[in-house]
Design a protein around this ligand. Structure first.
Ligand SMILES: *[C@@H]1O[C@H](CO)[C@@H](O)[C@H](O)[C@H]1NC(C)=O
Ligand SMILES: *[C@@H]1O[C@H](CO)[C@@H](O)[C@H](O)[C@H]1NC(C)=O
Ligand SMILES: *[C@@H]1O[C@H](CO)[C@@H](O)[C@H](O)[C@H]1NC(C)=O
Ligand SMILES: *[C@@H]1O[C@H](CO)[C@@H](O)[C@H](O)[C@H]1NC(C)=O
Ligand SMILES: *[C@@H]1O[C@H](CO)[C@@H](O)[C@H](O)[C@H]1NC(C)=O
Ligand SMILES: *[C@@H]1O[C@H](CO)[C@@H](O)[C@H](O)[C@H]1NC(C)=O
Ligand SMILES: *[C@@H]1O[C@H](CO)[C@@H](O)[C@H](O)[C@H]1NC(C)=O
Ligand SMILES: *[C@@H]1O[C@H](CO)[C@@H](O)[C@H](O)[C@H]1NC(C)=O
Ligand SMILES: *[C@@H]1O[C@H](CO)[C@@H](O)[C@H](O)[C@H]1NC(C)=O
Ligand SMILES: *[C@@H]1O[C@H](CO)[C@@H](O)[C@H](O)[C@H]1NC(C)=O
Ligand SMILES: *[C@@H]1O[C@H](CO)[C@@H](O)[C@H](O)[C@H]1NC(C)=O
Ligand SMILES: *[C@@H]1O[C@H](CO)[C@@H](O)[C@H](O)[C@H]1NC(C)=O
Length: 317
């Protein structure tokens, strides 16, 4: 694909068919999509007028095995730019995904139920998550991806409405977060089952990231299901954050808000050097850590992990 593919930008016509994607690839084995072209989703015609659940993503890969998606630029998706669902052995590389920082729900790449995915050498400037790794995903590598603006790279959310959801073996390295709301984040709902485990974030550059490192085992969004005292939580274990360097615009550089009973286990913080960004008048950075088993070495902010509920976590992001 070398030229342009442009969506009509006419939601009313599109909604008659309720298609969930503008370009849909389904049940293909051995798929190569390559080129230097542009796929323009004209999401600007949708964002203000159609609710998120009725908007299509621009590109979806569903049930695809052995695939490469390389080189393209995508602009202004109505919803997330790319969905990778139920795929095995896929490489997404040299992509440029672009939408305004304030465009609603325009995630870069959403992954679910997939095994063996690499996302490499790409830049993602959008209005929501740069990459979100959702339930049923394993063996995921993300390298040399520049994120921002947007909400950073997140695992989850997992375990909403009591669901049993799992993500494992995720490595994110040599990535940057520039002007993002979060950086490296894991979010799970109270009351869920399953796990997020064996996760590594390494060699991460931060440029004015608001909340660079977050594990939230009490995630709740928009007031839905925010009761912390549910009987279960999604397990979070063997998570390493190593060689983080750069600046933060928020006050809380590290937030680990874990469940009292399930806890976050085997968390490693190694060589984390986060300083306050000059643009936010260089305040003192702090951390919040509750019910987490953390081994830390060379961390620039004071990281005291307590087993008490004496004070409330910082406001949700
Ligand atoms: C893809 O495969 C699934 C599972 O076999 C099937 O339900 C679905 O209809 C297939 N999709 C298409 C477009 O053939
Ligand atoms: C994509 O196309 C370019 C230009 O033709 C070529 O150099 C490159 O090797 C191709 N990449 C893949 C993964 O096929
Ligand atoms: C996933 O994709 C495979 C291969 O295309 C298909 O056989 C299977 O039914 C799909 N599973 C689900 C849950 O959609
Ligand atoms: C994974 O997909 C790539 C690209 O289609 C292919 O070259 C490679 O052989 C596949 N690997 C396996 C283990 O099937
Ligand atoms: C990604 O970039 C690295 C370093 O520049 C390069 O070695 C590698 O071949 C690239 N991979 C792809 C799939 O473009
Ligand atoms: C992927 O992850 C599973 C465990 O979730 C593991 O058994 C498997 O060997 C891994 N690798 C591949 C290529 O599937
Ligand atoms: C990651 O970046 C470091 C430092 O720039 C470099 O030494 C290393 O080779 C990179 N790793 C990969 C896999 O690109
Ligand atoms: C970070 O993003 C800003 C705004 O888009 C840009 O001006 C700046 O060059 C970027 N910084 C780096 C190091 O990429
Ligand atoms: C949750 O799902 C995982 C993986 O599918 C399974 O091993 C585990 O037993 C399930 N847990 C419960 C409590 O059902
Ligand atoms: C912990 O996670 C790392 C990836 O960060 C993985 O290489 C390692 O095998 C995991 N350890 C265990 C005991 O599963
Ligand atoms: C991280 O960067 C260091 C050099 O700064 C390099 O030695 C190491 O291989 C990098 N890690 C990865 C996973 O690329
Ligand atoms: C941490 O980063 C600051 C700002 O970039 C730098 O001045 C300082 O030397 C770094 N500290 C370490 C221990 O690397």
């Amino acid at each position: 694909i070398d030229g342009r593919i442009e969506a009509l930008g006419k939601p009313d016509e599109w909604l008659k068919d309720r298609m969930e994607c503008l370009l849909c690839f389904e049940n293909v084995t051995g798929l190569l999509v390559n080129g230097s072209g542009l796929i323009h989703g004209h999401g600007e015609a949708w964002w203000d007028s159609v609710s998120h659940s009725h908007r299509p993503r621009t590109v979806r890969f569903n049930g695809v095995i052995n695939m490469v998606y390389n080189g393209l630029t995508q602009k202004n998706s109505p919803k997330n730019h790319i969905s990778v669902h139920n795929c095995t052995n896929a490489t997404l590389s040299n992509l440029h995904l672009i939408a305004p920082g304030d465009s609603p729900n325009t995630d870069g790449i959403d992954v679910s139920l997939s095994n063996g995915l690499q996302i490499l050498n790409s830049s993602i400037e959008t209005g929501d998550d740069c990459i979100a790794i959702n339930s049923g995903s394993r063996n995921i590598s993300i390298a040399r991806v520049a994120c921002g603006p947007g909400h950073g790279i997140s695992i989850g959310s997992l375990g909403r409405d009591g669901a049993n959801e799992t993500v494992e073996n995720v490595k994110v390295w040599n990535c940057s977060f520039n002007g993002t709301q979060n950086g490296a984040r894991i979010k799970t709902w109270a009351g869920g089952l399953g796990f997020a485990r064996n996760i590594l974030f390494e060699n991460i550059t931060l440029i004015d990231a608001d909340n660079p490192i977050v594990i939230d085992q009490h995630y709740c969004n928009g007031g839905h299901d925010c009761d912390h005292d549910k009987k279960t939580a999604v397990g979070v274990s063997n998570v390493t954050f190593r060689y983080f360097e750069g600046t933060c615009t928020g006050e809380t550089a590290i937030k680990l808000d874990c469940d009292k009973k399930t806890r976050c286990r085997k968390i490693v913080m190694d060589h984390i050097n986060i300083t306050s960004s000059p643009s936010s008048s260089e305040r003192n950075l702090n951390s919040y850590c509750r019910f987490a088993d953390v081994v830390s070495r060379f961390v620039s902010v004071d990281l005291s992990c307590l087993d008490s509920e004496d004070c409330l976590p910082p406001a949700p992001y």
